[in-house]
Ligand binder design. Sequence first.
Ligand code: SF4
Length: 1113
Amino acid sequence: MSLYPSGASRRHFSAHGMTVSYPLDSFTFQHPSPITELPNPANRASARAHPALNLKSHQSAWYSSRAQHVRIRTAAAAEPYAARTHIHTLSTKAAKSFGRLCGHHYCTNAVSLGHAAVRHAGTSAMCTADADHPTPLPGMAEVLDQYGWMLETPLEELMSCATALRDDNRHGAIVSFSPKVFIPITRLCRDMCGYCTFAQPPRPGRRAFMTLGEVLQIAAQGASAGCSEALLTLGDKPEDRWPEAASELMEMGFGSTLEYVEAVAKAILQETGLLPHINAGIMSELELRKLKKVSASQGLMLESTSLELMHPGGAHHNCPDKDPASRLRTIEAAGRAAVPYTSGILVGIGDTRSDRLHALACLHRLNERYGHIQELIIQNFRRKPATAMAAWPEPPFDELLWAVAVARIMFGPHMNIQAPPNLTPLESADGGGSGAFSLDALPAAWQALLKAGINDWGGISPITRDFVNPEKPWPHLSSLAAATAAAGKLLLPRLPVYPSFLGLRGGPSRPNCHPARPEEAAAADREALATRAPGTPLAGTPAEVAAAGTPLELLSCPWLDFSGGRDSVGAAVLRSIDSEGFLRASAWVAGRPDVDEQQGQIQGQRERTQHSDPSSISVSNVSPLPPPPPAASPCLPAAAASMTMATPIAAAEATTQTAETGTIAAAALKLTVPRESVPMPRWREGRVWRVAVCVDGAMEGMQRPADPSPRVTRLLEGVLSGGRLLQRDEVELLLRSRGADHDAVCAAADELRRRTCGDTVSYVVNRNINYTNVCTYKCVFCAFSKGRTSEELRGPSYVVPYEEIARRTAEAWDRGATEVCMQGGIHPDFTGDTYLRIVSAAKAAAPAVHVHAFSPLEVHHGATSLGLIYERYLERLALAGLGSLPGTAAEVLHDNVRSVLCPDKIDTATWLKVVGAAHRVGLRTTSTLMFGSIEEGPAAWASHLVLLRELQQQAEAIGGHGGGVGITEFVPLPFVHMESPVYIKGQARRGPSLHEVVLLHAVARLALHPHVTNIQASWVKAGPSRAAQLLAAGCNDMGGSIMNESITRAAGASYGQELPPLQMEEIIRAAGRQPRQRTTLYGTPPAEQTARSNGAMPLQPLVLAAATTGALR
Ligand code: SF4
C-alpha cells in the first residue's frame, strides 16, 4: 500500500532563492510517533486522533509494527496539512512550514511542533512552568522508537533533508556568527574532564581569577573592533575544590564565583557595551535569573547523557558537574527563567550515535516546553596533548555531519545550529585522523557542514583565542565568508542572543517569541492589552507615562531583562540590532551628520560609556584602546576594585600614561596586577578584521554570493516588465535583501524611477509652522510634545498666535514659498474651529499660498470635537482654504506596532478612513512611514506599503487614474533617536541602519508602482548628502526647502533649518539629475515665486506665546 499520490515522488522546497528537492520514496524509516504528552502515549492511533493535532484527518500515515519500531510513510498529498492551521492560530506562516515538515519528516516534527503551537495558543497544560513538576524526559527505548530510523538512513539523505529544512525558514540565505571576545574568568574547575585543557590547577604566583582590569581591557579592545559578545567562560564552582579560589574570592569581597561573574558581567555591559554571554556551569534557577539581568544569553553544553562516560576511564569520570541529570536540571531551570539558552552535544568522547540521539531528544523535550534553547552547538571532540584522552581517536567527519543533520531534522527549521569552524576536522588521506591534513580541504569541509544543516558558525574573535581549544586558531573571517558564499550564503554578524528571541514585531508569531510564563504574568499582559485599546487616551501626564513605561515593559521581549532602563541588557541589545535582529555594526544614524570612520569610532566610544552603546563601533583601522579605569567601577566592591589598581595614584598614573602614549598601559598594569591571570591578547598589526556592515547590508570587505537570488530576480523582472503588483510577503522579502539582492533591488528601483519620472528631481519651497507643541497624546517616540504647562525636557510649551501664523505665512510667500505646512500637537483646548481659523489666518495673509496642513489625527480630533463625520469636516476645511493633507501620524500602519509606539493614537483603520475621506472630497494627501524605532521590521513595513497602495487604488477607483487623485507622494521617515523618550528609556533602536533606509526607499518605489509615482528622500532625516544618495535608489523628489522645522530637530536631528533652493539644486545636480522646483501638487510654481526663492532674505525671529495664555482660543 502506498499513499503517495501519483507523480508526487519528490518534494521541492523553495525558499530565499534556494530550491532543494529530495526523493520521498527514499524515506523509509522507523518511527513510533510517541506523543508522550498526549493521552495514552503508547497508543499511536489515539495520538493521531488527538483533537489538538487532528492528525487522523490531515495526515495519511500507516503504521506497521516491526519489533520496537514502526515503519511509517507520510503522504505527500498536495495539501496534506492545510486543515491543520487551526492549531497554529498564532502563526499561519509557521503553520505552513510545520505542515511541510509534518508531511515530510515523519510526523516527529508534526507532533512536537504541534505541541508548540498548542502551547502558544495557551490551551495546553504545557504552559505551566513548575519547578516541582520537571519535564518527563524520554528514555533510550523511547528515543530509539521515535528517532531510531535516523541511525539507518544514509547520511546523504539526512543531509539533503536537513538542508531543505534549514533553507525553508527565515535563516534563508544568511549564515551568522558572533564577533566576540573570549574571557576566561577563571580556569580553575572542580571537574577533571579527560579531554579538557581549559581547566588548570592553581599555580603559585598566578591569580585564580582574572581581575576586572584585565577583563575590561579585553572587552574594550573587542568593542573597538566592533564585537558584540563578551563570552564569559569558567570552570564549575572552583571554590568548592580549590581553597585558593575561595580565598581570592573572599579577598575581593565575593562569596562565590557566580557573584563575581555577575559583577564582572555588569561592568562589561556598563563600561564597554559588549553583551555578556555567560557559560557558568551548573546553576540554580535563582542564579540563572540573577545572571539574566547582566547577560544577553547563557549556556551550558549538555555534552552527552551517557552515564557510561561517568565511569572510570570515561571522559566524565570524576566530573560531578557532568552528571547529565544535573545539567538537564540547569537547562530546565533556564527555561523557567526564560533565559535565551545555548546548549549542545560533544561528539566522539565515547558516546554512540544512539547516545547523541538521546541527548538531543532530551534537549528537544525541554525546548518543547520552554522554547528557550536558542542554539545547539554540535561540537566534535579534538584530542589534545597532555590530556587523559590524548590518544583517543577523533570522530570521523561523517559523525559530525550526521549529528548536525539529525539535530536539524529533530529540531526543525527554526533552530539555530552551529558547528565551531576552528574545530573542523581535516581528514587525512587514510581517513583515520593520522595527523596528515591539508588546509585546502577546509572550505570543502565547511561547505559540507552547511549542507548538513548548520546556519551559524558560533563565536569568532578578532582579539582573543579560543581558550577552550587554544591550539585551534579561529579561521580567517574572509576565508569563512568565502566558503559560506560558495554555498550561496551570506555571512552576517549577530548578537549573542538570536534574532528570534528579540520579540520583533510586525510579523507572525514565531516559536521562540513567547516563553512559558506564569499565569499571573500572562493575565497581567492580557489586562494591559485590553485597557490600551487604540483611541483610548492613557491616564497620567507624559512624564508619568514616560517614567512608568508600562506599555513597553509589559509587551517587550520577555527573554531579555529591561529592569535597569537604559542601562539594562535589553536596552543594550536594542541599541545593537538592525531591523532583523542582527548586529547593526554601522556608525550612521538618522538626523546626525555623517562622520568618517575614525570619528565614528570616537563617537561610538563616547556613547559606549554614556549609554552602553556597542553598535556605534565601526572602525577601519582598529587600534588597541586604553583600559578603562576599573577603580571607578560602580559594579564591584571596593576590595575587588583595589585588586586592579593598587592605589588611586597608580590608577591616575596609568590613566595619564595611557592618554599620553595612546598605547596599552602595560607598565601600569604590571604595577597594579602582581600576578598574571591569563595571557592578555597581543595586538597583531594588520591582522585584525573589523566588524562593519555596509550600505548593502553585507559585511564590509567580505565575499558574498555574486548573483541575486532567483526569487528576487523573478520578482524584480515581474515589476519591471509586466507591472506586476508585489504581494505583502514579496515586499517583505525584498525588504530583507542584502548583498547582491540589495544591489539588484536598488538598480530595479532606479530603472523604474527613470521610466516613470525621468531624470528630474523635484522639490518645493515651503515653510513649516508647528503651531503648538502641547499634546495630550502619549506617543512614546515623540520628543516634540509636552503637557500644557510642562517645562521639563526640551524647553517650554507654546502656542503660535494667529497673528504670528499669518506673519510667518506672509513672510514665507515673500521669500518665494508656495506652501505652508502646518501641524502641531493635539492641544486639549483646540477644537475643529481652531483648525479652521488657522487655515483662514494663513490664507488671509497669503491668498495664493497652498495650505498643506493637519495630520489625519488632527482631522479626527477636529471632526470629533464638532460632532461631524470626516467628509463634512474636511469639506469645511477645504472651503476655508486647506489645499492638501500631510499623511503623517501614520507611523507604522500595523496595530501590533502602534499599540506600543502610539497606543492612544488613532488605529490603522481610522487613519485609513480619514485619508480615504480626504480623497473622496477631493483633497490630496501625502503618505509617510516612520521606521526603525521600536522593534518593528520588514513585515510591518511591507504591510504598511501594501495598505497605502490599496488606499491609492481606492482613490483611483473614485477619481480616475492619471495622477490627479489621492496620494501625491510617499515619504519614508527614518526614526531620529537621540532625544526620543522611548530611546532615552532604553526601549528603542537607534533608528534604521543606512542599509534599511536605502532599501526601504527602493522597495517603496517597486511596491507602490504604478499607483504612487513620487518617492521622496527626506533630507531632514537622512541629511542632504545621504538624501542625494537615495536618489539612486528610486527617489525622484527631495521634499521641501523648509524654512523652519521643529519636530525632527526636537528629536535631536542636526538638519531641518532650511535648505535654500540654490543649495538644493546643487545637491541634485551633483547626483547627476536635473532639479525642478514644484508646487505641492507637482505643478510649476509662478516664475516670480521661483525668482524670490532664489534671492530670499534671512528669516525674522519667531514669536511664540506661552501655552497657558490660550492664545489660539
Ligand atoms: S506624535 Fe503628535 S500626537 Fe503623538 S505625542 Fe507627538 S505631537 Fe502628540
